[in-house]
Design a protein around this ligand. Structure first.
Ligand code: PAF
Length: 288
């Protein structure tokens, strides 16, 4: 595996990969099994796999955890190598943002809810860095985790609207044995928070069960989630049910929905979701 830090080096190596399909896994590092699942899928579907580790400052709000975001470059290199990544791109902030941009990317669809609402400007930063990374890597396919369901939908719409020649591929959320969604931020949980956090997924599953048993009342469905959470200390940032993948208020309970929650702990904000397909079948990922 080659570790590359500059755009120039990246370009040089990529230009020698003629006639090879390129799979790209953009990450913010602190890699865990969720990222490894993306790399595994990328490895299966492409001739050459590029991953990036870049904690993107433009997707963090002024009072968010940019400085506290976990970083472990040595481990990231080791894990990427084990996952058979061909090229790991680890640029500096200056390499990606050499100057103030002259035109901005602004997400406008599906951003008035969930993380878009709770983290103003977050998805503008995500799309900005992805546009830059897509232009640098020029991948055939790019891989995203379903844990960030809203991010996947927003990226998919962006790529589709601007005819970006990249296929967005998704991978289901990878969980700890107790159900907690794997996240780089989990290392910032206090011990008692880590013990409690699996309740988030249990609560979402209770809501999902209610939907699958035919309930068509949003209040009742969210109530079933709240009931599981009533005796715990965590602070809900949001809990909501939307149609999926367009993130609109639910009007038809027979169509796909997303039940999503964000939780604020002392030093970590966690998100999780369950996609619900009331007509049965597996909860599939968003793919076109
Ligand atoms: O999902 C993430 O880790 C980030 O939002 C991404 C897609 C790597 C962009 O910085």
């Amino acid at each position: 595996m080659q570790v590359v830090r500059s755009k120039l080096e990246l370009k040089k190596i990529l230009s020698s990969q003629t006639n090879k399909s390129i799979g790209f896994v953009p990450t913010m590092g602190s890699l865990h099994e969720g990222h490894l699942a993306l790399m595994k899928k990328a490895r299966l579907e492409n001739d050459f796999v590029v991953a990036s580790v870049f904690v993107n400052p433009t997707q963090f709000g002024p009072n968010e955890d940019l400085d506290a975001y976990p970083r472990d470059e040595t481990k990231d290199i080791e894990l990427s190598e084990n996952a058979k990544v061909d090229l790991l791109f680890i640029p500096s902030v200056e390499e990606i943002y050499p100057r103030k941009v002259s035109a901005q990317v602004k997400a406008v669809l599906a951003v008035d809810v969930l993380d878009g609402k709770a983290r103003p400007g977050h998805f503008d930063g995500v799309l900005t860095v992805l546009l830059k990374l897509f232009m640098l890597v020029q991948p055939d396919r790019a891989y995203f985790g379903q844990k960030d369901a809203q991010q996947v939908a927003i990226v998919q719409n962006f790529v589709s609207d601007y005819f970006l020649p990249v296929d967005i591929r998704t991978v289901e959320t990878v969980r700890e044995a107790d159900g907690l969604a794997k996240s780089s931020r989990n290392v910032n949980l206090l011990e008692e928070e880590r013990n409690e956090a699996p309740v988030i997924h249990r609560a979402l599953l209770a809501g999902k069960d209610r939907i699958l048993s035919g309930c068509q009342s949003e209040q009742e469905i969210l109530g079933a989630v709240q009931e599981v959470l009533q005796d715990v200390t965590l602070k809900l940032d949001y809990l909501a049910l939307y149609s999926y993948p367009d993130f609109k208020p639910v009007t038809d309970f027979t169509k796909p929905m997303v039940l999503a929650a964000a939780v604020k702990y002392k030093k970590a904000r966690l998100i999780d979701n369950e996609i619900v397909l009331p007509s049965g079948g597996e909860a599939e990922c968003y793919e076109q």
